[in-house]
Write a protein that binds this ligand. Structure first.
Ligand SMILES: [Zn+2]
Length: 367
């Protein structure tokens, strides 16, 4: 059940002028107070330890969304069984977490990441969900952290999109205040539909001992959301929104300009086409492939201008169902040995940070 986003002021702005009775305070006292206040502004020891929990990892991809063609993600290229470029929730979560960690550290917050690599909690290989989640909450409870933010992305078969933030059922007020601030800031920065602060006792919010929230930034299942989640700038905005809310929750006031996103980088050339051609027997021998057992095909990777692109990782799905990986040569060509049987040869390309759906399908010829 959706819970409307809490709009009440959470920053304690009701500063009553209790100390401003002119006859009580001399100018000298005020100056002294000011000096104390300045000296004590955001002392390091006073900033809360923030546990940042990038959801999923390792063999647990989290939700998977299909990317629009030509999406430049800045993340590890991923493909589904049909060799469509896809977005893994775990990759988005870790990227947002890294950006949030950097944002908070730049403001002197002590932080704790429950994973920093593509692994389960504690940077351990994934075994079971139970072990993964327990490692995360053990890390946060052990220090202990004073704020816990779990970062996830949503998925739904109903076509839903938008942002929601969770606390455990009957969460104490500090968690509610933190969640309300994060949700408000996320909606302001990301401009996705506001699905509100919700209660659900996810493991990590139920088993942590400090105010804990779980953010569902957007839906990888939504074509609108996934196209945004694919963008590094959008993920930077998500991180800054969460960071800004944590900053306010810590009582530091205005976090300054946030959710500006990163500076738009000039996109690298993107492979946009693959041409598949059957190679002659001479090429077959040169490639060291037994022409009795299979056909040799050549896939040529080209950019939008038609120029062959070297060093592009290519994945092919062969008619026998097997997948092969190779990298294009300096002339943009990739040699592929194809079993001699009827079927379809599908090729997709990937390069660091880019996953494109350029591919070709051909029928393997019988001889
Ligand atoms: Zn998740």
């Amino acid at each position: 059940m959706p819970v409307p986003t809490c709009r009440r002021n959470t920053g304690g702005s009701s500063h009553r002028a209790t100390g401003l009775d002119a006859h009580v305070r001399t100018g000298r006292t005020l100056l002294a107070l000011l000096a104390v206040a300045l000296a004590g502004a955001a002392p390091l020891s006073a900033l809360p330890l923030v546990a940042i929990d990038p959801g999923h990892g390792g063999t647990d991809s989290g939700a998977v969304g299909v990317l629009p063609p030509g999406a430049v993600t800045g993340l590890e290229p991923r493909f589904n069984a049909q060799l469509q470029p896809v977005l893994f929730e775990k990759d988005v979560n870790l990227d947002v977490a890294n950006r949030l960690n950097a944002w908070l550290m730049a403001r002197q917050f002590p932080t704790l990441m429950t994973r920093t690599t593509d692994n389960a909690g504690g940077d351990m290989p994934y075994t079971t969900e139970g072990a993964d989640l327990k490692a995360r909450t053990d890390l946060a409870n052990g220090r202990p952290a004073e704020i816990f933010v779990s970062i996830h992305q949503n998925s739904s078969s109903s076509g839903a999109g938008g942002t929601e933030t969770y606390v455990k059922v009957a969460a104490p007020e500090p968690a509610q205040v933190l969640a309300a601030g994060i949700q408000r800031m996320l909606v302001a920065c990301l401009a996705l539909p506001d699905r509100g602060v919700r209660e659900r006792s996810f493991y990590v919010v139920r088993n942590t001992t400090m105010p804990a929230v779980l953010v569902e930034g957007g839906f990888v299942s939504s074509p609108v959301d996934v196209a945004l989640l694919a963008q590094p700038d959008f993920r930077q905005k998500m991180a800054e929104a969460i960071g800004g809310a944590v900053y306010q929750y810590a009582g530091l006031g205005d976090p300054g300009p946030i959710c500006a996103g990163a500076v738009q980088a000039v996109p690298p050339p993107v492979p946009t086409a693959i041409r598949l051609a059957r190679a002659g027997s001479a090429l077959t021998k040169r490639a060291g492939i037994n022409p009795q057992r299979g056909d040799l095909w050549i896939a040529t990777v080209r950019d939008a201008a038609g120029t062959p692109m070297p060093s592009i990782p290519v994945r092919a799905r062969l008619p026998n169902g097997k997948g092969v990986a190779a990298t294009s040569r300096p002339d943009g060509k990739v040699l592929l040995a194809v079993p001699r049987r009827k079927g379809r040869l599908v090729v997709a390309v990937a390069m660091p940070g880019i996953a494109v759906s350029a591919r070709a399908e051909v029928s393997a010829r019988r001889r």
